[in-house]
Ligand binder design. Structure first.
Ligand code: 1CP
Length: 357
């Protein structure tokens, strides 16, 4: 193995510290998986959990987009439901649907099905995958977990949802049980993230994908304390943390909580507005609309330039999509996006008229 430059000087980790650097780092949520032909060659049939729990396959799938695109980070190939699955709650990930629970969480009795996990025993496959990856990679590995609200949404609804009727009913109707559930889910997130960091992950992302379904006051009362516990614990471990949600423009200020290095911004909120809302305390990750990647290249190119201009050269920018890569995306388009961001992105404080004083 050749001796690589220390990862602390990598564009991703510099951006997470809001330090100027040579270039704007870029990676894509869901860069592995469904948009890559080489993924289908190794994924195998059946539940994605089979591939996730096989370190050789999970390692290979994680590396595929790094090789193909030259992105500035790898993200562990896993799923937000993995810790819930190993806890024995009873969840599967159905191809074409997503996470499903045959018996959704509806009463205090269901807490018993969500037993605490022991990462040394229950997540050995994950630790092995992370160790393999850290040996191979010359870019940082991002570990991740699902945040309590988004995990609870699957457990309580039993499947992907649009309205979140059951989860909101539980939150409002039985706040005590809601908080006990979120406490367990925060413990699962802390256990899985800690195991990933101890095995060598350089940064972590807390996915609260569906939290934009909530009013900011409900977020403050029912969700923020649980996510805050996870974020503070990871900050104590000295690992930079990205906090992500969709449709979360109204929540960004709260999501830039203590311990957060960076918030994910979806395409509905301009980066300049996101920076104002978070008071410049955190770096920003985003925010190209993933649907636009299916438009003709000149439109994609203009949008990439617009996102970069919106950031105005601020050092704390990680170029990404506002949500995951859609399955129909042409991988060649992502290659071109990486090339363009690396060529045009500035992480040096920007043009004089944009420079902050
Ligand atoms: O069978 C398959 O190939 C199914 C597709 C798939 C993949 C590739 C699922 C099912 N999960 C994954 C891997 C995955 N999931 C990754 C690693 C890949 C990468 O990013 O490169 C990550 C980070 C996740 C995280 C995840 N799973 C989130 C958070 C990110 C997001 O998209 O908001 C969520 C919400 C899930 C749940 C989930 N798992 C799978 C699906 C189809 C879904 C979403 C279902 C829904 O609409 O609610």
């Amino acid at each position: 193995m050749t001796t690589a430059a220390p990862l602390t000087a990598s564009p991703l980790l510099r951006a997470l510290r809001q330090e100027p650097g040579d270039r704007v780092p870029v990676w894509f949520m869901r860069q592995a998986g469904r948009s890559l032909p080489e993924y289908f060659a190794v994924r195998g049939e059946g539940s994605i959990l089979d591939a996730i729990s096989d370190p050789d396959r999970a390692t290979e799938i994680t590396l595929q987009p790094v090789r193909r695109y030259g992105v500035d980070a790898a993200i562990l190939f896993s799923d937000i439901m993995t810790p819930v699955w190993v806890s024995g709650f009873g969840v599967d990930i159905t191809p074409g649907v997503g996470p499903e629970c045959a018996q959704p969480f509806r009463s205090a009795d269901d807490l018993a099905r969500l037993r605490p996990i022991d990462p040394d025993r229950d997540l050995r496959f994950q630790t092995e995958t992370v160790r393999n990856l850290v040996n191979e990679l010359t870019v940082p590995l991002i570990g991740f977990a699902g945040a309590p609200f988004t995990l609870a949404a699957y457990l309580v609804e039993g499947r992907p949802s649009r309205e979140y009727v059951h989860v909101k009913s539980l939150m409002m109707g039985d706040p005590d049980l809601w908080h006990r559930l979120c406490d367990r889910l925060a413990d699962l997130a802390i256990a899985t993230l800690t195991a990933q960091v101890e095995a060598g992950a350089s940064a972590v992302q807390l996915f609260d994908s569906w939290v934009g379904a909530l009013h900011p006051e409900h977020y403050r009362r029912f969700v923020a304390p649980h996510s805050a516990r996870i974020l503070a614990t990871m900050a104590d471990q000295g690992v930079p943390c990205i906090h992500f949600g969709i449709n979360s423009g109204e929540l960004l200020d709260q999501m830039a909580a203590p311990g957060v290095s960076c918030v994910g911004v979806d395409w509905r909120t301009p980066l300049a507005a996101a920076r104002a809302r978070t008071g410049g305390r955190v770096a920003l990750q985003g925010n190209l609309d993933p649907a636009l990647l299916l438009a003709p290249w000149p439109a994609v190119e203009a949008e990439v330039r617009r996102v970069l201009a919106d950031n105005a050269g601020h050092p704390g920018h990680i170029f990404n999509l506002g949500h995951g890569v859609l399955p129909a995306t042409d991988p060649d388009t992502l290659n071109e996006v990486v090339r363009l961001v690396h060529a045009e992105g500035r992480a040096d404080g920007g043009a004089p008229e944009h420079r902050e004083t």
